[in-house]
Write a protein that binds this ligand. Structure first.
Ligand code: 13P
Length: 271
């Protein structure tokens, strides 16, 4: 039985007072949510303040990114231990916005800007193992661009990303890994992937995990969908067998809408 998960990626939103307010709303609003693990991923600057709110609650804390070195001259980067010190249990890795696809929904997006944040399949693979070894639970993202979907490349792109991120991982390292399927064209656009198509791709991801790490690991791994998840489309998504929860941007910035998502995910998976 996979426990459903609803993770809020706050991205570059919320100064500390706003983050504390939002965290309080989520802790209160999800207090009676049954059967769904809740994670919030504020900006680095708000982690400690949010941890003060969440630490005695069932809500867990995650970072939005980290760098795999333990310390050193890496200006602007954050190490796994620093996230752990702030109370983080989880960390998002390989988000398409970190892969440099910020806002890119078509080929017009300048090639040189697509790697501006630097993550790629190789760095995501390093980060995944480094996160697990440091004691963080990674939420590793994959997903195709609109142009790739239009060319019929979705399955090949997503499978390759998943194979690359899992490359060299032991089965034990994979126990704490969650994968999030986030089609880039659905992120922040209001254009959600149809529930049955999202389910199909999440099933494909599970098949790749089974091929790499065995069926049992695949059956136990949580696979989330992300991309314009909202209260009005969450029922259909959570009803899908291969979708174990959501990685949510915009709708996680309002306590009431995020708590609706949490409640629906818990109910759908209990049914
Ligand atoms: P939205 O829910 O705003 O589309 O963002 C999804 C996302 O990128 C979560 O990581």
């Amino acid at each position: 039985m996979r426990i459903p998960m609803m993770a809020g990626n706050w991205k570059m939103n919320c100064d500390n007072p706003a983050a504390v307010e939002l965290a309080k709303g989520i802790v209160e609003g999800s207090a009676n949510a049954l059967g769904c693990e809740v994670i919030v991923c504020p900006p680095f600057t708000a982690l400690s303040a949010v941890n003060d709110v969440t630490k005695d609650s069932p809500v867990s804390l995650g970072g939005q990114n980290f760098f795999w070195k333990a310390d050193g001259a890496f200006t602007g980067e954050i190490a796994a231990d620093m996230l752990l010190c702030c109370g983080c249990e989880y960390v998002i890795i390989g988000h398409s916005e970190r892969r440099g696809r910020f806002g890119a929904t078509d080929e017009d997006f300048a090639e040189e800007l697509q790697s501006v944040f630097g993550d790629n399949d190789a760095t995501v693979s390093i980060k995944l193992k480094a996160a697990v070894d440091a004691g963080l639970k990674p939420i590793a993202c994959c997903g195709e661009l609109l142009s790739e979907r239009e060319k019929g490349m979705t399955d090949a792109i997503v499978s390759d990303q998943v194979r690359a991120m899992l490359d060299g991982c032991s089965e034990e390292q994979l126990h704490s890994v969650t994968i999030a399927y986030e089609p880039v064209w659905a992120i922040g656009t209001g254009e959600v992937c149809e529930a049955d198509e999202a389910n199909r791709v999440c099933g494909l991801i599970r098949a790749v995990v089974a091929e790499v790490a065995g069926q049992e690991t695949a059956d136990n791994m949580r696979i989330l969908y992300g991309g314009s998840v909202k209260p009005d489309n969450v029922e259909g998504l959570m009803a899908q067998a291969e979708i174990d929860g959501g990685l949510v941007g915009g709708a996680s910035l309002k306590a009431d809408s995020f708590c609706t998502l949490i409640e629906v995910a818990g109910r759908a998976k209990r049914a």
